[in-house]
Design a protein around this ligand. Sequence first.
Ligand code: NAD
Length: 490
Amino acid sequence: MSTIPLAAADTLVRLDDALALTGARGRSVAGRGIDVVDPATGAVLTTLPGDDADDARRAADAAAAALPGWAATPPRTRSEILATAHRLMLDRADGLTALVSWESGKSRADARAEITYAAEFLRWFAEEAVRPEGHFGTAPDGLSTTVVTAQPVGVAALVTPWNFPAAMVTRKIAPALAAGCTAVLKPAAETPLTALAIEGLLGEAGVPDGVLQVVVTSAAGPVVATLLDHPAVRKLSFTGSTGVGRLLLRHAADRVVNCSMELGGNAPFVVCADADIESAVVGAVAAKLRNAGQACTAANRFLVHADVADEFTDALVREFDALSVGPPSDPATDLGPLIDRRAVERIQERVDDVLERGAVLANRPVPVPQAGSYLAPMILRDVPEDSALVVKETFGPVAPIVTWREPDDIVRLANSTEYGLAGYVFSGDTAQALRLGRAMRCGMVGINRGVVSDPAAPFGGMRQSGLGREGARDGIRAFQESQFLSVAGL
Ligand code: NAD
């Protein structure tokens, strides 16, 4: 029997018990099975029945039928359901952590942190649900009264990636339901189990039938296309790569569907000559290695002032040397496997390319298990600015270091990408750090810290990293539209 130890007391969670949270155990597989694979071993954890375009259409029909009732449900009731779901999620944190770890391969510490973060979105939007936006006033010419209300935008199609199987799901479901929308969620085929478990706990918390449905499919293209073509679907909230985001924006244009897009990143991590190197290294480890580097906010390029490049690199090498890479089931594991072998091969090709072009490996990569999709963390110096490793989103535990000397270079280097999601600046001079942060075309900038995600703050990107923001007040507004009533004689 497969088990995974969790929490300080090493509670053993059995695979069957974790799968029971998804409600998937015992479901029949009707010829369109989806194998959910453990990236640590390549073994199949379970096989789920796959949905197709007809299932997606039926789910959207049901969401359309449920919309008037849910939109008319008192905000306090919607809020209390989300608050109950928040409590249930924390109560089940052990099992949910195990599911996230099993299907995505992330270390149990990362998976536990994700469950806490994911639950916070349920709490935050439970609170936002009862704070409706609106406006009432006299028109400037004094001839009418202005009433502006925020209304649910309609049925929402939610599409999520595999790298945060819980948090990307609650960051969409919670504001959608808080706003009074109904939704159809399509999680990544690699990580559907956590999404099913979250659907289950929301049902237990009181979400009525039809209000939220999950379609699990390996036919993402036709299924999402069906949702976008459905007459009731008025919203697309997508998190994933910029390439797929572009395709979906084009499709959404056909019916002018309202879109929120959380896309790829290529975060610059700037270290100034006056930075506290110790805290820059702590920040670098957090910004680079969370989820083995598979985060949209991951530091993709380290832009370090030439005067401190040696000191910073040596200290970062010491941190990388101390890492343990292994199965998430081992409590000592810092970094688990990447999502699949293709990811490992893609990154290794980029590393080989820069090594051929004169870059130098600064650390001795730690040994990794042979089975599964592991990649040892690497630090590379003298990396060409125009290499794929720097220009593209790496999505793995590789830290390329580029040095700079002139302050003008740093803004140019930081902004030399089509992306603009996260960025980081480390400097002993707060005014300088703020100036640099403001000059960076990034939606989120960590100033002397390596973490930017916070449910209470707007999360999202500039340029080709996205449209709109999640979390904060912005998150619920993304699922609402303003209606203006111009009233005579009030
Ligand atoms: P992806 O774009 O391949 O897939 C994302 C989702 O889209 C999945 O559900 C997938 O099944 C679906 N999809 C894939 N092709 C599709 C198609 N043709 N039509 C419709 N749907 C399709 O991304 P991924 O590999 O799952 O995730 C990694 C990417 O997500 C990275 O680029 C990362 O930066 C980004 N990401 C962004 C954020 C953010 O908040 N900005 C957060 C997490 C991940």
